[in-house]
Design a protein around this ligand. Sequence first.
Ligand code: ATP
Ligand code: MG
Length: 407
Amino acid sequence: MTGMEQHVLVRFYHEIALKGGNRPWFLKHMGANLRRALAGTGVGRIRWNAMMASFPLRDEEQWELVRERLEELIGVERFSRAVSVKPTMEAMKEAMPGLLEGKSAASFRIAARRADKRFPMTSPEINHALGRHVQELTGWPVDLKQAELTLYVQTTEREALLSAESLPGPGGMPVGVGGHVAALLSGGIDSPVAAYQMMRRGCKVTFVHFHSFPLVEGTSREKAEELVELLTHYQQSSRLLLVPFAAAQQRIIVTVPPAYRVAVYRRFMVRIAEALAVKHGAAALVTGDSLGQVSSQTLENLTTIGAAAERLPLFRPLLTMDKGEIVDIARPLGTFPISIIPDQDCCSLFVPKHPVIKSRIQDVERMEAELPVQELVEQALEAVEERVYHWPPAPANREAGEAATAG
Ligand code: ATP
Ligand code: MG
């Protein structure tokens, strides 16, 4: 593509566009997230056009950086490198040899879209005219259904962007538009996926991890830190709250029978997480529970555990998914290899092989009546450690901040 100005074209999730009157609000978040995500890449001015953004690209090195960031930016549906020409058929035709340089294909098609409906031709007319031109240039046959190569054309009021690629972003709604939630993050496979699902619905996620260090080694805590560091790529900044849970557990086992300990531990986690959520301004709790996956996740046990939340709703985005479906999300997300590192979960401490399968709230409440519930919650809250993460890392963020104040 020698001699032609290269751009990056970013297309945002279509659901954003469906939000009618909310569109400016959505775009405000998307714009701020995009600028933050591109911090440190040296990208200059970003042009917006409806549900798209584009900006000039300097070179291959910059593309590598930009590409990595856009692949992880929630709200990005697809993106591509494109050449920008005048929005006329003449200019598009002239750009084709450059766009096709070094390419060969068994078949091709043109996929045109118009952002500016004043362009004198309809999309099918553009497809047809440009298709014929490319055919004359190359001799390749057109295949509308299974083309090996698709050439994308996007016209706007001021330019036509032509590209020979279309890369997927994570999709979803820009983080921030969905509010703020607190996710209970274990070191396992499910809870990081649950948190990510909430991010893709536009939620900012604060993470809460319970650990029994020093009763067990600190692996689960380290895994939680690694998971949050990774998940921060998708929401740009995160807070992780590490809650020492051993003291509460040591008190719980004194009077609660073994079969009920997991349920009671979980109810304490919910209470403590709820207090932390309220303190940090989160409006809901999120867990990675999936119905029936393990004995603590029967309908009865989920009900008993969920009932401990008094002020906030508790959401379970993975409720109906099976393990295979969850793993299929965890792998491309990158959390899977961290999640499968062996550790000792705090809920496996002092519990029998066969915990109660159908717990009843009345029974659990009777057991908790013998516990200093409030005191145990407060003790845990006092010992919380906090970690904050940024992506891109801080120096790039500062640069973006300066650019924002300067311009
Ligand atoms: P995961 O893979 O997320 O650990 P799981 O299938 O192993 O889930 P459980 O261990 O029963 O299921 O945990 C259910 C949910 O409870 C988790 O998804 C998580 O939201 C929460 N949870 C469990 N242990 C912890 C912990 N140590 N800290 C924070 N949250 C936890
Ligand atoms: Mg687990």
